[in-house]
Write a protein that binds this ligand. Sequence first.
Ligand code: PLP
Length: 415
Amino acid sequence: MATKKSLRINTQLVHAGERGETPHGKPVSTPIYATATFTYDSMAEVDQVFAGEKQGYIYTRYGNPTTAALAEAVRVLEEGTIACAYSTGMAALHAAIFACELGPGTTILASQDLYGATIDLLYKVLGSYDIKTETADFSDIQGLRKKALEVSPRVLIAETISNPLLKICDIAACVEIAQEVRARFIVDNTFASPYLCQPLKHGADFVVHSATKYLGGHADVMGGLVVARDEVDLQALVGVMKLVGGVLGTWEAHEILRGLKTLAVRMDRQCENAASLAAYLSSHGRVSRVHYPSLTTTQNLDLMKRVLRSPYAGALVSIELQDNTREAAFRFMDALNLCVRSTSLGDVFTGVLHPATASHRETAPKRRLQLGITEGLVRISVGIEDIRDIIEDIEQALEKSSEVDQFRKGGSARA
Ligand code: PLP
């Protein structure tokens, strides 16, 4: 704003330099539009924008150019029709579920292998509105179909690569079941990212991301996205943004946009490192089991190839220690010097998490064991470091935890 000379200092402090002409020349990367609201030359124009007769931004909770640029980028990557950004992955999941028009008495059929907080969202939040959740093993397609026919769900929900046992979802087969029972299918694609899988191309209705993970990639930002295949869902997705209000901040949108640019390079390295680590650990005497999609049956390998970008199997590896106890897992994790004890995944550094005390903390111990989440299970999100350093760190930590074992058994630490 060009301030008049007659204005006093207190007024100039507020207005000087603000709301100038839109600069000439397009910025080559999206600026952070750090503004809560937008103004127009006349009230008639404001009215037209409010009415949707004229394109424009009004209020950042309704939309903002920086967050819109991120949503558009992820829409393109997922090959969807519309996309919306939210403050976290959980907010995005909630929005996608809301768009499915659930009401009291309706049912969600969820994969039993979902992230713990997603299960809690379904039971504790949606359950309090009398929306029922049933779970099923989505890797048993016949069983899933039987259950879907039995409970007539309005929504099916699963993860492309499940947390933390890394089971691959046969998205196309689940889509067939969803269509048979006229349900919509939400896929949480957080563990795969659009670089490894595009669930809408397999027929899913919604893709959800916790952008906090691979999309951002640097452990410095939280965010979530929903991409839908059908334009009709726009109103509901924007409605949640406007009325529930979990909108993504513009700074965060900018950080995630920047993260996206290196997603492919990061993922290539992370998946290669993860495959090497999984191969190394699969013959390690201190590890009783390695969960990694390419270390399974031929049938699962075919599924992996159909769902994920070849030759990759993802960038997470979950291991069970020989001494399958919480103490052994903690000893191993505490002995790590390079790998970070971190309550997240998908970052440039290698991070380790103990599912029983973190992602599935709220799941009852008995249920955790039924799901295969044992006390000695450790999830490793493999980073972009030199794989030799990652392996050396894990090797020394496994050795240290074994020293304690031998002390406990009365043996020599170095024997
Ligand atoms: N979906 C999956 C698979 C996750 O692992 C997480 C978080 O760990 C979320 C959703 C929730 O994301 P956020 O923490 O960004 O809310």
